[in-house]
Design a protein around this ligand. Sequence first.
Ligand code: C2E
Ligand code: MG
Ligand code: MG
Ligand code: MG
Length: 281
Amino acid sequence: RAKEVGRNSFQLFKPAMNARSLERLAMMSRLQSAIEHHEFELYFQPKQCLQSNKILGVEALLRWHEPTLGVISPAKFIPLAEELGLIVRLDLWVLEQACKELANWRTLNLDAGRLAINISAIHLRQGQLASNVQRLLIHYGVSPAKLEIELTESCFISHFSEAKQELMALKKLGVHITLDDFGTGYSALSYLTKLPIDTLKIDASFIAKVPDEYGNSEIVSAIITLAKSLNMQVVAEGVEKLEQLNYLHSLTCDTIQGYYFCRPITRQQWYAFYQQQLELS
Ligand code: C2E
Ligand code: MG
Ligand code: MG
Ligand code: MG
């Protein structure tokens, strides 16, 4: 920061900037020690198959329990972690927890499909994601087919060839690759045919406006058709209402995720939810 502003140090003391940057600075230094202090926890949000109503998989979502501030949203701290160069460490922590969790599932005989984690574009670019994934899968004795990695289009915008290489390596391992927040990025659609993507996840902002808002429903319908014609699976995220579910079902969308089916919940709640779903089916 200070370097950017140069020698014009008076800039640092502008009152409005002061409060904001102090808050950021405080958050950043807290974030640095949060991993060691075990302040992170994975929550779980299941995905539901619209054909069978069964759980097809579950997404791990990171939560930070900051001792004085309470729960901080990843939307807030992930960008900070990226800026601080902490994101790879954080992603690796999540990846390792996910592998441990999958090893638990096997012990518990819990067959809940795949476990998905979110990985930052920065991590993908760095070039060691596939080897990290391989190492941890082997270490915990987990099948690669049980792991799903969710990435956003921002991964491919500026470093296409590096990202492609890494995705190819992940695909070769047998890990499932999902494109998250689909439809919100700015990259050309042609990349869809050049990368080994298994699933498109339609961004929640489109789902929020179906079935009512003209234009949005057409976009959602077009994405589903596009995914199917490219032999990809398709997930709708942010499904909150029955009308949205019914509409997506009528468009033959494979899978839904959202508050309607289940909110992100703790591990214990997730096990209970899974048991309850088993008894229902
Ligand atoms: P995402 O991967 O697109 O996750 C979906 C977000 O929508 C989650 O927010 C989830 O809690 C929320 N959500 C799910 N269903 C509904 C719904 O029906 N309605 C509404 N309004 N929201 C819903 P969350 O957990 O706050 O995460 C935000 C973003 O932070 C994630 O977006 C992902 O990009 C990032 N993130 C979360 N965990 C991790 C992680 O472990 N590593 C990395 N690199 N990023 C993560
Ligand atoms: Mg995601
Ligand atoms: Mg998303
Ligand atoms: Mg997102």
